[in-house]
Design a protein around this ligand. Structure first.
Ligand SMILES: [Zn+2]
Ligand SMILES: [Zn+2]
Ligand SMILES: [Zn+2]
Length: 255
């Protein structure tokens, strides 16, 4: 299984529009962060986590020609904004994914993109015709992969992380309950929210993420969803050897 981190930035992306700070103007490519998303490939199976606000650029850079599934984590704009661009797969008769969401996320997608769900005034440009499946906490199968939803808290929201084999992806969270911690044992790789060093009400800070990683003990942890307070080279020096900062384009190979 191969995981490509397509974006590792917070909701604004890095650089942030209008900002001249040292991270936003850094020439280190690892300080350029698109909105978070991950591509998981195993054999012929392709799964995308979230259609980010940078979905189009991410699909073009990876030359993706169809998807089996999109696993949505939650309904915040940075995670759903690319939904309409799934149309491209329809236009070219490529594999259109089944989108897996909880009820709450589906309701917001339906409201945000109402024209794709029977509310169109006109349809000259073609409308997204994308199947959805509502999921609870039960595991699901996509191609050859077994996907286990892992509920985590993102402020007052309960959202989904996902575990596939010995890989888990937990973006946008600041608390993991005991039942979910049970589901996160024995990981080879954990991708985990680590917004910045300063505490935040809905995201793990980097120090909090380090504490979670030490508790769950995956072989490797990569932090994601970072904002423009985090200079890659400087921040990574402060971390233990088995906890690294993710960056856009990072490829993780798993057994
Ligand atoms: Zn987010
Ligand atoms: Zn900045
Ligand atoms: Zn969020």
């Amino acid at each position: 299984m191969r995981v490509t981190l397509l974006g590792t930035g917070t909701s604004t992306g890095v650089p942030m529009i209008g900002c001249g700070c040292r991270v936003c103007t850094s020439t280190d490519p690892r300080d350029k962060r698109l909105r978070v998303s991950a591509l998981i490939e195993s054999g012929a199976t392709k799964i995308l986590i979230d259609t980010s606000a940078d979905f189009r650029a991410q699909m073009l850079s990876q030359k993706v020609r169809g998807l089996d599934a999109v696993l949505y984590t939650h309904y915040h704009y940075d995670h759903i904004a690319g939904f309409d661009d799934l149309r491209a797969f329809q236009f070219l008769n490529l594999q259109v994914p089944i989108c897996y969401t909880n009820q709450e996320t589906f309701d917001v997608i339906k409201r945000t993109f109402g024209y794709a769900f029977g509310g169109a005034v006109q349809s000259g440009g073609g409308l997204p015709n994308i199947p959805f499946e509502i999921i609870g906490g039960m595991p699901l199968t996509v191609g050859e992969l077994l996907v286990e939803p892992v509920p985590v808290d993102h402020g007052v929201l309960s959202i989904f992380g996902y575990r596939i084999g010995k890989f888990a992806y937990l973006t946008d969270c600041n608390r993991i309950g005991a039942a979910s911690k049970e589901k996160l044992k024995g990981l080879d790789v954990l991708v985990l929210d680590g917004l910045r060093f300063k505490p935040h009400p809905t995201h793990f800070s980097i120090d909090e993420a380090v504490a979670v990683s030490k508790e769950l003990q995956p072989a490797m942890t990569y932090l994601t969803h970072m904002n423009h307070d985090v200079l890659h080279s400087e921040a990574e020096e402060k971390l233990p050897a088995n906890i690294r900062l993710a960056y856009d384009g990072l490829v993780l190979n798993l057994e």
